[in-house]
Write a new protein. Structure first.
Length: 299
């Protein structure tokens, strides 16, 4: 299996940019109900314009999704999801963008790859639709397998762990093994600990503190923490009211820097410019530390 990231830079994934620092994946939600920006980009022209803005800010990769996975969300019909993402992906890919499709469905993954996507970002890690693994393997796409336990409408019921780090590690290892057994190229497999999915705030912080253990699974790590509710809880006001979603960007940027210093492969964010600066700082910090600690890497 590929080695974990080192201070020389994150492991390169074939077919994707390799800038020598963590990649910044910009989120393009073509949905009416996403927790952060639902409805702002839910038409093809609006989503394309937003994607182009993120590219202009320096995004390495655009993650186009047509299904909200916020807690409590209901699923769109397959036809709805296809209608949302395929035209956007086709247009952005024709512009020369490197595009990821955020989907749990094999049919949508197939159509998105045909439209020009290079990556399938599956928050279910193949559990929601096992056929997605065959699609990715056959198309030789990059696959992001996230830790997941249930769909959005019930995932809060599954946020129970005796040891969250050990259980997420082992469940991600099982998804890794299943993906590889399906024929997915190990060099094109990325893992994601699923921050905020069937996890409490304390679970999320424990996992962020355990990135070295997750990196030991042998694949690059993608981290998606942008604007999530555990940040709102951390930054609550004196009355205990969570910090509003649109006021969590500074905290997101701070985590992008820390994640880069820890050696992650990429961060998935709603706003690109600040996180791009942050990952450059974090990566340079890690390189400077490595001079005094030649072991390097996520540890």
């Amino acid at each position: 299996m590929p080695p974990p990231p080192s201070h020389d830079g994150p492991v390169a994934v074939p077919g994707l940019p390799a800038p020598g620092r963590p990649l910044v994946m910009g989120v393009v939600n073509v949905t009416p109900d996403s927790f952060s920006d639902g409805g702002r980009w839910d038409s093809t022209p609006a989503a394309v314009a937003h994607g182009r803005r993120l590219l202009a800010e320096g995004a390495d990769l655009l993650d186009v999704g047509g299904e909200s996975t916020r807690p409590g969300a209901t699923r769109p019909l397959v036809a709805e999801e296809l209608g949302r993402v395929v035209p956007v992906i086709a247009t952005l890919a024709a512009d020369g963008a490197c595009v990821s499709v955020d989907t749990m469905r094999a049919e949508v993954a197939e159509a998105a790859l045909e439209a020009g996507a290079s990556v399938v970002n599956d928050v279910s890690g193949g559990l929601a639709d096992p056929d997605i693994l065959e699609v990715v393997a056959r198309r030789r796409a990059v696959y992001v397998a996230m830790h997941w336990r249930a769909h959005a409408d019930t995932m809060a019921d599954h946020a129970a762990y005796d040891d969250v780090v050990a259980e997420v590690h082992d469940e991600l290892a099982a998804r890794r093994d299943t993906a590889l057994a399906a024929g997915i190229d190990p060099r094109r497999l990325v893992l994601d600990p699923g921050i905020g999915f069937a996890k409490t705030a304390d679970h999320n912080w424990a996992l962020l503190g355990a990135l070295p253990r997750l990196a030991a699974l042998g694949h690059p790590l993608l981290l998606g923490v942008s604007r999530k509710s555990f940040l709102g809880a951390l930054l609550a006001d004196g009355s205990g009211a969570p910090r509003p979603v649109e006021q969590r960007e500074d905290a997101t940027t701070a985590l992008s820097a820390l994640a880069a210093a820890a050696g992650v492969w990429g961060v998935r964010v709603h706003e690109v410019a600040a996180s791009l600066d942050a990952v450059r700082v974090g990566a340079r910090w890690a390189a400077a530390r490595a001079v005094d600690d030649p072991g390097g890497g996520v540890r």
